[in-house]
Design a binder for this molecule. Structure first.
Ligand code: GLC
Length: 454
């Protein structure tokens, strides 16, 4: 939610900051999460907690000119008419949804979330609610979602639907350009009611046509929970599918939090969270954006999210013809190969031990008897663990199964404080990106977290 920098008017900027502050407050106190201690929510969220990696797909007409998704006309970088001319260039003529699903599967991701409709209102399916959809208004001329969701399901990948609550194209929506509104909401309740039923019907279409496992809302910041009828939206969706997972961007009525682009430094206290991040600097395809993150950077960001108890939703942006920039293909394939070697330490595990015991990310098995250490960069030589009060049975290197020796240093016989563990890591066992050490413990992990002394 980096929209404040996009607003040039200082009063609007201030209102926007206020909105974000109150939104973060809402998210932190997420109403759904505070009442979600029930077993059923826990059960419903289990696949998500175990999944760790999702692929986000921003596909829309903005890829034609390679400009910012929706924001480019909202912020007046381009006129609305010129923005909409991109409809004519959206061909999807090399779109291969089976290959998409295959690429996602090979990356190791367990779920994928695609933009069914961004803030520009252009639907990727044949919505009966508006002509602004790729079937009627673009040369693609077909429902692009159905075959993709089918391919995902065939591959056992959970299906997510990104859906923008706000719709800057809809004539009954009270917002259009950054500094102009079509009407003041309270003066035209009938328009808002019409918009709400449009929104409800489109959502219903998405639910009915594709039966997604997850709904990923966006754009909630323009209205209050009450105006959106967040409670009603949530209720209707869950009546449709009680197992549906709803992200947090429903003014706090979702199931999990969604920090965006910015990496949390301290461990988020949310039960479930997901960092969404781009592979370069933009969500959609932009030819001029060459600020690609390297596979190493992506893998280390992924590991850090998981070690902090979260997921990574990694974004890719297909071109208008449905092919991907080669850099994104490389990132996904390198990530996949790393997961093939090291995924044991990631999928179905838990975020690791508190910082301070080991200078790097860690994860731990659900029964607490296996600890995984991630060696950032090309760390080799003796690595140290402090305060580990459980005996290590064995240390192995994931991917090549080499057994490593370790020694306990400075254990004082008369003190209950555990000694330091040193594990010798030779350069010959190092992974191309991040090496993982698997420590098999003889009991569930116990940590000493004191200040030394006796
Ligand atoms: C922001 C942007 C939007 C993007 C989304 C992804 O909310 O408005 O363009 O789709 O983030 O998280």
């Amino acid at each position: 939610m980096s929209h404040c920098r996009l607003t040039s008017n200082p009063i609007k900027f201030f209102i926007c900051i206020l909105a974000i502050v109150s939104l973060s407050f809402n998210l932190t106190k997420s109403k759904a999460q505070s009442s979600t201690n029930s077993d059923s929510i826990q059960q419903k969220m289990q696949w998500f907690a175990d999944a760790k990696l999702g692929i986000f797909i921003h596909w829309g007409i903005y890829a034609v000119n390679g400009i910012a998704e929706s924001w480019s006309f909202h912020n007046k970088d381009i006129s609305y008419a010129d923005y909409m001319k991109q409809l004519n260039g959206f061909t999807a003529n090399k779109y291969d949804p089976i290959a998409w699903a295959d690429m996602i599967k090979k990356s190791g991701a367990r779920y994928a979330v695609i933009t069914t409709k961004h803030h520009d209102g252009v639907a990727l399916w044949d919505t009966k609610e508006s002509k602004l959809n790729v079937v009627v208004s673009t040369p693609a001329k077909r429902d692009l979602l159905a075959p993709f969701y089918q391919a995902l399901k065939k591959n056992g990948i959970k299906a997510g639907a990104y859906f923008s609550l706000l719709d800057w194209s809809h004539p009954d929506y009270p917002g259009f350009l950054k500094d102009s509104s079509r009407y003041v909401l309270k003066n035209h309740p009938e328009k808002w009611t019409r918009f709400q039923s449009f929104l409800t019907n489109q959502l219903q279409e998405v639910m009915h046509n594709y039966q997604p496992d997850l709904i990923w809302f966006d754009g909630d910041w323009e209205h209050s929970a009450q105006e959106w009828d967040a409670v009603g939206i949530r209720k209707r969706l869950l009546a449709n599918n009680p197992n549906l997972i709803i992200n947090g961007r429903l003014m706090g009525y979702g199931d999990y939090e969604t920090p965006e682009q910015n990496f949390p430094v301290t461990r988020p206290q949310f039960k479930w969270w997901e960092l969404c991040m781009t592979t370069n600097n933009n969500w959609g395809y932009q030819q001029r954006d060459t600020a690609w993150k390297t596979p190493y950077e992506i893998i280390s960001i992924f590991v850090d999210a998981v070690a902090n108890g979260g997921n990574l939703l990694l974004d890719i942006g297909p071109k208008p013809d449905g092919t991907f920039p080669k850099e994104q293909v490389t990132i996904l394939s390198e990530l996949g190969k790393w997961n093939d070697r090291n995924g044991e330490a990631i999928f179905n595990q838990l975020g690791g031990i508190p910082q301070g015991h080991f200078y790097g990310p860690t994860t731990i098995s659900k029964d607490s008897t296996t600890l995984y250490l991630f060696l950032q960069g090309k760390t080799s030589g003796p690595v140290m663990i402090k305060g580990l009060d459980t005996k290590i049975k064995e240390v192995t290197v994931l991917g090549n199964n080499t057994k490593l020796s370790h020694k306990i240093v400075g254990k004082i016989s008369w003190s209950s404080v555990p000694g330091l563990v040193y594990i010798d890591v030779p350069t010959t066992v190092l992974d191309k990106y991040i090496t993982v050490l698997k420590l098999t413990l003889d009991k569930p992990i116990k940590l000493y977290r004191g200040k030394g002394g006796l």
